[in-house]
Design a protein around this ligand. Structure first.
Ligand code: ATP
Ligand code: MG
Length: 870
């Protein structure tokens, strides 16, 4: 069975059991501070488990793009070394939210595996939770009895809390699980060691394929468990592992999900797969990583230097260095694999095809810059080795190379061992741990349990239409982080406050109690579909109603910037072409930032056209047409622009101004005239193929023009109110250039005279032409003078001193013949004499300089110079 068919059979099976099939959520997570990437199918449904919402259909199934490279689930170090862990993989899943439970979950899983996929029952093992005394949790008897009815007891394994009690995080929904494992070994091997001994034992051919989790508890902040009012099913099956089991192969990389990529890598790097373990690991790492990176870029996450972008950069760099070290790839090559990937997976994931060009460009550019880093790192490492006395490189030095220059530690270790050096690996690990602790502490957030004030559903955001609302507080909790200190998070029965999202900042404002007391809302965010208001204090009395008021001025300016962003997007697509796609945006009250795909600098004329286009739309006074009741497909058919990497619900909101139409949840002006004016203040590159425009509107544009006018008036005043200030400045520049030329001529004459004077003062000591003298020249001038004299005279020893403000310099020149004959060294001379000016320096044997902070010592230094030639 081909992988395509395996995937669709899964979805079909659950569709026939009344499940709704939903699209995969984006891999990069946007509204969950505890999670950077989607690492399981259940992530996008967290709100349902947490009770923050109810799905339209209580049965759902899908295939989810997952990435396990950070946080609680991190498989990065396994990837490539083994044959069944990936960074990015697809997780097939089915869910019941308060609907069916263990019986259906178990029997359907078995039915699908053995009757639809026709896996041999004899090869399957299952596990059940054995219970845990400390937690006061019993054996999962219900699951055990269900399995006993299906397969013989000797193929049921009792698992402990680590393997069979699944938790989303330190807090939140959790419950016992039942895993299904498959034994893919030959009959011969099976006869030797029974499969049940190898379950959960890291055997590459006895692997877990499906995990059925029965969510029935909530883990509270104090660590205790609380029974949930409703029970849920959450299952996850590794698609690539399933393909391995069904295609009769011994590795995920031998399934048709990977073979085209493996072949392409072999061709591109002229290496063979399946001959040598080291090469094979490198090929697997690259095949895996190019998928993860390409999908991330298609989802809008570019490799960069912070947060999620940095994780993606590190994955790509890992692929590059495996290629560099083991496949001898010194030139960019990973980008060449994207085409194969897009051809093969483009049907299920069309974004790979539509963005292939961008993905290739970004990867190629990253490769170029990392290969340069590697080159530099190799030079630095050479230096470190030269400096080390005992052929041992300290952990600190290696860490510096790793941390400051991005030079990978395993490469350092490899090179050192090749050259017979040792590395203080332990010291390195310590430094690394220190750094990790620092960043963990910096980002640590502790949150208390939610305190429920009123049991009710929240109506959510009502702030499109009003900036003020009467609200009740439904719940609150205390959170603490190093970054923000101690804050409260409040959830209201409804809210006019816009939560940060879609590039737009969250609203600020006030919450006023009936008695007139006011507390400030510092920010508004969205967490797992819940709108959270941040405050420093709690109202004295939490019950009753409050007036929630958004800061109107700030919202108006933010809205102007957001609407301008849409017009800017439209203008760029009109003027530069429809290859322009939004790649990120930031909408604040004082400015806006817009990142987009485009391959060259936007010229000044183009920028002007863009400005004019947007300002024309403003002048046209286009009203906002706000449609919140469309389905995704209807909006797209109507010509709306959607973004990759965004999660869209059943109903989308289409925001239209004239011909500009985008799917957007943000807040906007009622009419483009409210933007007042649009002004671009910068344009530049953020990555290969990605440009960034920063612009201002509204009040900020007004302030900008006022400031410019003021500066211009001042300038005019300085120019004595010249009629044509531009001409006046040009005249000044010309005059300035002429004066500079004249000064140069004068200085040259002065130096010539000086040289003549000095030459006359040179005296002979022990056959050496000696001069020690103070001069009034800068260091460049001193050097020129020394070398000119050196050209005209042999056996020369010169020591010049000069005072520059509070500083002193010394310079020593010694003819090359003298250096040899008399064993003199200019570097040593200035080092020694540098003491008198309280400084130091050095250089080559024939020329060296020193700087110091004591000019009054110059005379003494010059006097002492004679001792070197005597
Ligand atoms: P393992 O112990 O093999 O790492 P897990 O316990 O981490 O698996 P779950 O978190 O239960 O796995 O995920 C559900 C399913 O997803 C697993 O049964 C497996 O088939 C698949 N899976 C998990 N991690 C990976 C990975 N890194 N690459 C590919 N598939 C994976
Ligand atoms: Mg795992």
């Amino acid at each position: 069975m081909k992988s395509q068919e395996i995937r669709s059979k899964f979805l079909e099976f659950f569709q026939n059991k009344a499940h709704s099939i939903v699209p995969s959520a984006p891999m990069v997570v946007k509204d969950d501070p505890t999670l950077m990437f989607t690492n399981a199918g259940m992530n996008q449904f967290k709100e349902f488990f947490l009770g923050n919402g109810i799905p339209k259909n209580r049965r759902i199934a899908d295939t989810q793009k997952c990435l396990r490279v950070s946080g609680k689930h991190n498989d990065l170090e396994e990837v490539g070394k083994d044959t069944y862990h990936h960074t990015m993989f697809e997780m097939l899943g089915n869910w019941s939210f308060g609907d069916y439970f263990k019986k259906e979950a178990i029997t359907w899983a078995w039915e699908l595996l053995t009757e639809v996929y026709k896996l041999d029952k004899e090869n399957l093992y299952v596990s059940v939770f054995e219970g845990n005394e400390e937690e006061d949790l019993p054996l999962d008897k219900e699951a055990l009895d269900l399995w006993k009815a299906i397969l013989p007891e000797e193929r049921i394994i009792y698992g402990n809390k680590k393997d069979n009690f699944w938790e989303m995080g330190d807090q939140g929904p959790c419950g016992p699980s039942s895993e299904i494992h498959v034994d893919l070994r030959s009959a011969e091997e099976k006869a030797k060691v029974p499969g049940r001994d190898l379950v959960n034992n890291d055997h590459p051919l006895v692997v877990e394929i499906w995990n059925l989790v029965f969510i029935q508890f909530n883990r509270k902040a104090d660590g205790s468990l609380e029974k949930l009012p409703e029970k849920h099913v959450d299952t996850g099956m590794g698609f690539e592992r399933l393909c391995m089991a069904l295609q009769g192969v011994k590795s995920n990389y031998d399934t048709d999900v990977f073979t085209p990529l493996i072949k392409k890598i072999s061709e591109t790097t002229a290496s063979e797969y399946g001959k040598d373990e080291e090469t094979d690991i490198a090929i697997r790492v690259i095949a895996d990583h190019v998928r993860a990176v390409s999908f991330a870029i298609a989802d809008g996450q570019l490799p960069n230097s912070g947060g999620a972008g940095y994780v993606i950069r590190r994955i790509l760099r890992r692929a590059i260095r495996y290629g560099f070290t083991f496949l001898n790839q010194k030139e960019p090559f990973v980008f060449k694999l994207v085409d194969t990937l897009a051809k093969q997976m483009g049907e299920a994931f069309p974004e790979l095809r539509s963005q292939q060009n961008l993905i290739e460009n970004v990867i190629r550019e990253e490769e170029n810059s990392f290969l340069r880093t590697l080159d530099q790192g190799l030079v630095l490492l050479d230096q470190i080795m030269n400096e080390s006395k005992d052929k041992n490189v300290s952990g600190k030095k290696a860490f510096e190379l790793y941390d400051t220059y991005g030079f990978p530690i395993d490469l350092t270790a490899l090179i050192l061992s090749e050259k017979g050096y040792t590395l203080d690996q332990k010291g390195f690990e310590e430094e690394l741990q220190k750094q990790k602790d620092r960043s963990r502490n910096a980002s640590k957030v502790t949150s208390g349990d939610w305190q429920v004030v009123k049991e009710a559903e929240t109506e959510g955001f009502v702030g499109y239409d009003s900036l003020e609302a009467e609200v009740e507080i439904l719940r609150y909790r205390k959170v603490e982080s190093q970054k923000e200190g101690e804050l409260y998070q409040l959830v209201f029965s409804r809210t006019p406050f816009y939560p940060e999202g879609g590039g737009q900042v969250g609203d600020k404002g006030t919450l006023q109690a009936k008695n007139g007391n006011v507390i400030y809302i510092l920010d508004t965010r969205k967490e797992n579909n819940l709108i959270i208001h941040l405050t420093k204090d709690l109202p004295e009395d939490l019950s009753g109603t409050f007036i929630a008021k958004v800061n109107v001025a700030q919202r108006a300016r933010t809205a102007a910037n957001h609407s301008a962003t849409h017009l800017l997007h439209q203008a760029l697509r009109k003027i530069l072409g429809t290859h322009v796609e939004q790649k990120g945006s930031m909408v604040q009250s004082d400015y806006l930032r817009f990142d987009f795909s485009h391959f060259s600098k936007v010229s000044a004329e183009e920028l002007q056209q863009v400005e004019e286009f947007v300002n024309s739309r403003i002048a046209e006074r286009l009203p906002l047409v706000d449609n919140r009741e469309m389905t995704y497909q209807e909006a797209i058919n109507d010509g709306a622009i959607a973004l990759f990497g965004e999660k869209y619900g059943d109903k989308v909101r289409a925001v239209r101004f004239g011909d500009s139409m985008e799917l957007c949840g943000g807040t906007h002006v009622g009419n483009t005239a409210d933007i007042w004016h649009f002004k671009i203040i910068s344009e530049g590159a953020v990555a290969s193929g990605i440009r960034r425009i920063e612009a201002i509107t509204n009040e900020a544009a007004k302030e900008y023009f006022t400031a410019q006018t003021e500066a211009f008036s001042e300038l005019k005043a300085v120019l004595k109110n010249a009629k044509d200030p531009v001409k006046a400045v040009v005249n000044l520049q010309e005059e300035n250039a002429e004066l500079k030329k004249q000064i140069e001529v004068l200085l040259r004459d002065k130096a010539k005279n000086l040289k003549g004077d000095l030459k006359n003062q040179i005296k002979e000591i022990n056959g050496i032409n000696f001069l020690a003298q103070k001069v009034d020249l800068d260091i460049g001038g001193i050097k020129d003078l020394s070398f000119q004299l050196g050209d005209e005279m042999n056996n020369l020893f010169l020591l010049f001193g000069a005072q520059h403000g509070e500083k002193a310099v010394l310079s020593c020149y010694i003819s090359k013949d003298l250096v040899k004959q008399k064993d003199l060294h200019a570097g040593k001379v200035v080092k020694e004499l540098g003491r008198y000016i309280q400084g130091g320096g050095g250089g080559q044997p024939f020329y060296a300089t020193a700087g110091g902070k004591n000019p009054s010592g110059l005379d003494e230094a010059l006097r002492k110079a004679e001792e070197f030639v005597k």
